[in-house]
Design a binder for this molecule. Structure first.
Ligand SMILES: NC(=O)c1ccc[n+]([C@@H]2O[C@H](COP(=O)([O-])OP(=O)(O)OC[C@H]3O[C@@H](n4cnc5c(N)ncnc54)[C@H](O)[C@@H]3O)[C@@H](O)[C@H]2O)c1
Length: 262
């Protein structure tokens, strides 16, 4: 068996049709998992799943809005009905509006929490009875350096969700350890995805890359490699932990640190 082999494992990746989620869906499928890409943009999701199937890999798409507990319960139930099990849940879907605190409406605050914090909780809990029955399962959360370690003006609600999910993760890691269920998270730095390109001007992207010690933004593949590891049998003794994947972005002691040339 290859190291980090996921043959026979059934995985769900929320928001897996583009960006980091797509990178993760691709990586898990390449490692042998049968991947269910879930999301709310059906044409993108169908396209992502069929692109994987065209490469001889196992993938499907299902519409699932992570704001709906009914949708999550029914999707996880369907996966178990079709595949007989579920092994890996990747809580990736998120939204990240940029609004200063003084201007955030309570509706906007609630909307960000509904997708980024309540959604991952609902997904993990929907998997719980199946993981308990199987006596094993993996949950991997997409946190961020934004919240747990650093922040930017405009992202208070986003930062609160990305820090908050780690508190949930550590508690669940304790509660669910008796069934061999592990929960871990990755904390990406700035990763160049469609979402970032939509929200940030090129000048910001260039400035960010120049400020990262490794002199580039992350790629979805950089994040997917760590998620793949955390989903593998080789990571079975790791729970309640996070991996920062930021090219060294959070290392500098001073905000104005001048990075050395090559
Ligand atoms: N890109 C970065 O720099 C970066 C950095 C740190 C953390 N992250 C985290 O990584 C994850 C992926 O980020 P990305 O940049 O690929 O984002 P993205 O916007 O490209 O993708 C997010 C996905 O979530 C889906 N989604 C949004 N609302 C949903 C809902 N209600 N139900 C189901 N799906 C929904 C979107 O359709 C989209 O496919 C997020 O959790 C994000 O917070 C990203």
């Amino acid at each position: 068996m290859n190291n980090f082999d996921l043959t026979g494992k059934i995985a769900i990746v929320t928001g897996g049709q583009r960006g980091i989620g797509l990178g993760i869906a691709n990586k898990l499928a390449e490692a042998g998992a049968d991947v269910v890409i879930s999301g709310i943009v059906d044409d993108e999701g169908e396209h992502a799943a069929s692109a994987l199937r065209n490469r001889g890999l196992k993938a499907s798409y299902v519409r699932m809005d992570v704001r709906s507990e009914d949708a999550i319960l029914s999707t996880v139930g369907q996966i178990v009905a079709v595949h007989g099990r579920i092994d890996i849940a990747v809580a990736n879907a998120a939204i990240y509006p940029n609004t200063p605190i003084a201007k955030i409406s309570t509706d906007e605050w609630d909307a960000v929490l509904a997708v980024n914090l309540r959604g991952p909780f609902l997904l993990a809990r929907a998997c719980l009875p199946h993981f308990q029955k199987q006596r094993g399962g993996r949950v991997i959360f997409l946190s961020s350096i934004t919240g747990p370690r650093v922040s930017s003006p405009g992202y208070s609600h986003y930062a609160a969700t990305k820090a908050g999910i780690l508190g949930f993760m550590r508690t669940a890691a304790l509660e669910w350890a008796p069934w061999n269920i592990t929960l871990n998270a990755v904390e990406p730095g700035n990763v160049l995805t469609e979402g970032v390109k939509e929200h940030q001007p090129q000048s910001f992207i260039d400035a960010q890359a120049a400020a990262v010690p490794l002199r580039r933004l992350g790629t979805p593949e950089d994040i997917a490699h760590a998620v793949h590891f955390l989903a593998s049998d080789e990571a079975s003794y790791i729970t309640g932990q996070t991996i920062v994947i930021d090219g060294g972005q959070t290392i500098p002691e001073m905000a104005t640190a001048i990075l050395p040339g090559a």
